[in-house]
Design a protein around this ligand. Structure first.
Ligand SMILES: Nc1ncnc2c1ncn2[C@@H]1O[C@H](COP(=O)(O)OP(=O)(O)OP(=O)(O)O)[C@@H](O)[C@H]1O
Length: 258
């Protein structure tokens, strides 16, 4: 059906609607997501917070097309992920989504520059990208992440914070619609963590990209434009312009024994 409506829709980089994810069966069944609807607007940095086991990673994995929902829908831009076969889903993840994980996942034998451009090199001539437009983008990105003087080093010659900055640059290299970051500062000391978080925020602001970050850390969440809170697989709150204290207070409410 192609009926048009007059409704103006705020552009979203990704969203899930009525998302349910059930693991296991019988006595061991877990409803990791229990009817979550949330959108991640274009050009925003959103943090997902909640107690351990509340469904943060599951939400991120399903929103990013790394895992499938039991029911409900997940969308990247206007593309509904369950409508794609495996090949098209792989291409969508490669061309439109970037990832930053807790472990930096850099290739040790490649230089910083080679690690950053790896997704583009793997994609080869993927149509519209991989051309000179990328040169300017990559050049700007290298400045944003502050790695110009390290481009020919190997990952082992860098600090943890620098390695994660390379991973951030790599995630943005293909100009994805959205970057998902899963505990990106989990392996870093607080100073390096601050650098990487500042970098994520700057990249969102300077390049109008979208970032969704799962974190346990209220200080990390305070770098986001908005925090969404999960509890028991449900979306229970959203907070604009978070501060670490406000996020911590909100998290404390989850600790009250039921
Ligand atoms: N592959 C799986 N098989 C079975 N249960 C799973 C699986 N993955 C997650 N779960 C369960 O789903 C629930 C939500 O898990 P999830 O990892 O999304 O939570 P989380 O909020 O990211 O937790 P944490 O903060 O501890 O990483 C938990 O009860 C978890 O045990």
């Amino acid at each position: 059906m192609t009926a048009t409506t007059a409704t103006t829709i705020t552009p979203t980089a990704a969203r899930v609607v009525d998302a349910v994810k059930v693991y296991g069966s019988g006595d061991t069944v877990v409803r990791a997501l229990d009817g979550v609807s949330v959108d991640f607007p274009v050009g925003r940095f959103t943090a997902i917070m909640g107690p351990s086991g509340s469904g943060k990673s599951t939400l991120m994995h399903c929103a990013a097309g790394l895992d499938t929902l039991t029911s409900g829908t997940a969308h990247i831009g206007d593309t509904e992920l369950s409508s794609l076969d495996d090949r098209r889903l792989t291409l969508l993840r490669r061309d439109r989504v970037g990832f930053v994980f807790q472990a930096f996942n850099l290739v040790p034998t490649l230089t910083v520059a080679e690690n950053i451009t790896l997704p583009l090199d793997l994609a080869g001539g993927k149509g519209g990208k991989g051309d000179s437009g990328d040169e300017e983008w990559l050049d700007a990105l290298i400045d944003v992440v502050g790695l110009r003087d390290r481009l020919h080093h190997r990952p082992s010659e860098l600090s943890g914070g620098q390695q994660q900055r390379v991973a951030v640059a790599r995630a943005f290299a293909g100009r994805p619609d959205i970057v998902f970051a899963d505990e990106p500062t989990g392996n870093l000391d607080s100073r390096s963590g601050e650098e990487v978080l500042g970098l994520l925020g700057r990249t969102v602001r300077r390049t109008a990209r979208t970032v969704v970050m799962v974190t346990h850390d209220p200080v990390a969440a305070a770098h986001a434009d908005e925090v969404v809170f999960l509890a028991d697989g449900r979306l229970v709150d959203r907070m604009e312009s978070p501060t670490a204290d406000k996020v911590l207070d909100r998290m404390k409410a989850f600790e009250v024994p039921s």
